[in-house]
Design a protein around this ligand. Sequence first.
Ligand SMILES: [Zn+2]
Length: 193
Amino acid sequence: MILPIMAYGDPTLRKIGKEIDKDFSNLPDLIENMTETMNQANGVGLAAPQIGKAIRLFLIDASPFAESDELDEAEINFLKDYKRVIINPEIISEEGEDWVFNEGCLSIPNINEDVTRKDTIIVSYLDENFEQQEETLTGLAARIFQHEYDHIEGILFTDKISSLKKRLLKKKLENISKGKVEVSYRMKFPKAK
Ligand SMILES: [Zn+2]
């Protein structure tokens, strides 16, 4: 089932997500519906707050990035298969170089801005079987993880841009909240009349 994606301005996007356990209601269905929703919107990630649930759960599917012709073959092969269900994650460390990448977000359609983050992270999380995993991620896989992790902390990528750019975007963001935006997937707009 395709779920509506909450647009910028929805209060759930600003909540700090709660940890979940195995007994969280209908978790397999929720994961399946979120996967379908992410794929249909061509997203590389989707966090539970984006579908209205303030819990520490997100999905990653890096395969759309594998289409990029700017990447080397090793990274393309890695991203092609990098699909994860991430529950109760922790970012253990962020290291390496500062790296600028032009980010976007399914909750903030048609806006892309450069965001600076570290290029290497060590993370731990529970997978869909509630088994503990630890991974070192670099490049785009790290970038998606950092962006999605921010969602479960109530943070959006537009919080991380310069105050000048924020001012320039203010009107566009208001319009997104009102539903005045062209978008090809199902959304819920907090200020739609
Ligand atoms: Zn996002």
